[in-house]
Ligand binder design. Sequence first.
Ligand code: COA
Length: 172
Amino acid sequence: MRTFETDRLALRGWEAADADFAFDLYSRWEVQRYIGREPKVMTDPAQAVALIERLRGHEHPVHGYWVVVERETGAQVGTVLLKAIPASVGVERDDTEIGWHFHPDAWGHGYATEAAAIVLRHALDSGIDEVVAVTAPDNVASQGVCLRLGMHAHGLSDRYYDVTCALYSTRA
Ligand SMILES: CC(C)(COP(=O)(O)OP(=O)(O)OC[C@H]1O[C@@H](n2cnc3c(N)ncnc32)[C@H](O)[C@@H]1OP(=O)(O)O)[C@@H](O)C(=O)NCCC(=O)NCCS
């Protein structure tokens, strides 16, 4: 998987040593509350170990799951993902989704936008025509990232995950 650097951040693959960070991130309701059809927090550190094993096993020439690290301190601050997005039942689509999950201690610094911008650029430069992002309708913070990335807002859509989401997209 490719790695990236921005002014303040480095993006690299998940490592087994990130398990404590993954558990700290995904055991928090403020991180999980808008993620998934039925949001729930991790309750067992073994879940974080299993997640990292699953993510490390995912191989794709362009897609990926990156850990975002603050260059100055070496601390993990979040994750950006680029992956196939499941279409809703009855919808024929084969699209690529970008997403971001950051630790609350790292919110409010522009880190999510800075990290996602380089992954978005990588996707479009690698031949992906269109990248979509979906957020829960109330997830204003994530919608802000989409807008700061210059993504186009399409309003609410039922196209993915069998739920109603706010849909954003960017074309090459
Ligand atoms: C969605 C999420 C990543 C947004 O994080 P964020 O820190 O608000 O987003 P950004 O990285 O774009 O940072 C923007 C904020 O940093 C501020 N900021 C401070 N210094 C900055 C700098 N040097 N450059 C840019 N922005 C800066 C901006 O003013 C803005 O703050 P504001 O919202 O108070 O106006 C975060 O809320 C999160 O991880 N939520 C839980 C997981 C989740 O819901 N993920 C999305 C699922 S769809």
